[in-house]
Design a protein around this ligand. Structure first.
Ligand code: AMP
Length: 426
């Protein structure tokens, strides 16, 4: 038997209502913040991610699904959405029509990581990007959106970690200070660090390698290298968060290695999911658009992992969905009734929002009743020879067992019978 590729997952009908409810909530809250959906292709030119995420990152270095198509063009399944969104904004000159873009995106992402709980090779993200503003209000608006999403899901076991990477020039000074600090120790450090000291010294700080840990504790801290403008910016962000009653923890270890990140970096962390403890994160990336060949464009965004949100919801015993229930299950008892039953189903579906199911397995009355039970149907409508000849149906309410005989071709009467009971029930 052929099985699903390692690190990919089927989302089964029994799980889908949870996904739908979560997606609906994410859409609704993003809409409440004035954000609009954008959809970009699943694959892009490899170069977009190489430039937009950075050659020295793990994502680009080891995790991308890259392939050559028939015309030998190098393409990559997108590992994240920000680079694609920035590309789309530049390509369609969206900022010329509107100086501030509020965009969200939801869909599958692909990274060849080692699969484990909460970590997959195809996973889903919800992304939001606020493009065009260089003010702290934008940072806080985007954090407020992320925070509101988590709270609206009923989640509480998470912390917002916050740091400032400072302006790009203060980052450069910090980078030089790190190189200077690590250089005397580098011979004893891991191979990764030996490489990173030249390409991306900030990433050494993320290292879990035992050869590196002794040197990390006394490493210079970014906060000490922030210039006045960066400090003021960070304070302004914190003041606004406090005004909005969004709790946060300043975490000086939260860094992002890439040169085009600056100022605010944040992450939502939970202690309930084991090693994969990040629900989502984001930050300001004022240098990205230039990196992709556009004009200088301030922007900030975040991404949540949908699977991790679902894991935490189940960990916290929070349900976001109701299982789909059938309203009317149409039971037919002989060959000629079947066409009549299917026609009735079509009428009901086109004149109401009811969920209407038919058998299609030519099962016995008993087996069809069992199936109606399985789909938690509110009603069954039974059509046998008798009903067919008299142009009637038997409508039975499953909960009470109450039955009534109704005219088959009088849809309004039937809808009323279904509706009145629904109203009484609720
Ligand atoms: P990143 O783009 O790496 O900052 O990821 C943002 C969020 O996406 C993370 O906090 C996770 O919730 C989620 N995520 C990233 N990689 C994976 C993965 N391989 N499997 C599942 N979720 C992931």
């Amino acid at each position: 038997m052929i099985q699903a590729v390692r690190g990919t997952k089927d989302i089964l009908p029994s799980e889908i209502s949870t996904w739908h409810s979560l997606e609906e909530l994410l859409r609704r809250i993003a809409g409440q913040f004035g954000f609009q959906e954008i959809r970009t292709p699943i694959f892009e030119h490899t170069e977009l991610f190489a430039r937009g995420i950075g050659e020295t990152t793990d994502i680009v270095g080891k995790e991308m699904y890259t392939f050559f198509d028939q015309s030998q063009t190098s393409l990559t399944l997108r590992p994240e959405a920000t680079a694609s969104i920035a590309r789309a904004v530049l390509e369609h000159t969206l900022l010329e029509k509107n100086p501030l873009l509020r965009l969200w995106y939801m869909g599958p992402m692909f990274r060849q990581e080692r699969p484990q709980k909460g970590r997959f090779r195809q996973f889903h993200q919800f992304d939001a990007e606020l493009i065009g503003s260089s003010y702290p209000e934008a940072d806080v608006e985007i954090i407020a959106l992320a925070y509101t999403l988590l709270r609206s899901l009923g989640l509480s076991s998470f912390e917002l970690h916050l740091n400032s990477l400072g302006s790009i020039s203060s980052r450069m000074r910090y980078r030089a200070a790190l190189q200077q600090y690590f250089r005397p120790h580098i011979a004893a450090m891991s191979d990764d660090s030996k490489q990173r000291i030249e390409t991306n010294p900030l990433r050494i700080l993320d290292s879990k390698h035992p050869d590196d840990t002794p040197f990390l504790r006394d490493a210079p801290q970014l906060i000490d290298y922030l210039d006045d403008e960066s400090r003021n910016y960070f304070e302004h962000v914190q003041k606004l968060l406090t005004a909005l009653e969004i709790p946060y923890i300043v975490d000086y270890h939260l860094v992002r290695g890439l040169d085009y990140y600056c100022h605010t970096a944040f992450e939502f962390i939970t202690s309930r999911l084991g090693a994969q403890n990040a629900l989502g994160g984001g930050g300001r990336y004022d240098g990205l658009f230039e990196q992709l060949g556009g004009k200088h464009t301030p922007a900030i965004g975040f991404a949540f992992g949908i699977e991790r949100l679902l894991l935490l919801l189940s960990e916290e015993n929070k349900a976001v969905s109701k299982a789909q229930r059938t309203d009317v299950y149409i039971i037919t008892l002989d060959d000629e009734s079947r066409a009549i039953g299917m026609r009735l189903a079509q009428h009901l579906r086109s004149t109401s929002n009811f969920i209407v199911a038919t058998d299609t397995l030519r099962r016995s009355l008993k087996a069809q009743m069992r199936d109606a039970d399985r789909t938690q149907s509110r009603f069954v409508a039974i059509i046998g020879e008798n009903e067919r000849l008299n142009n009637t149906i038997i409508l039975k309410e499953m909960a009470s067992g109450a039955q009534q005989l109704l005219p088959l071709d009088n849809i309004p009467t039937l809808l009323r019978a279904l509706d009145t009971t629904a109203v009484e029930q609720s």
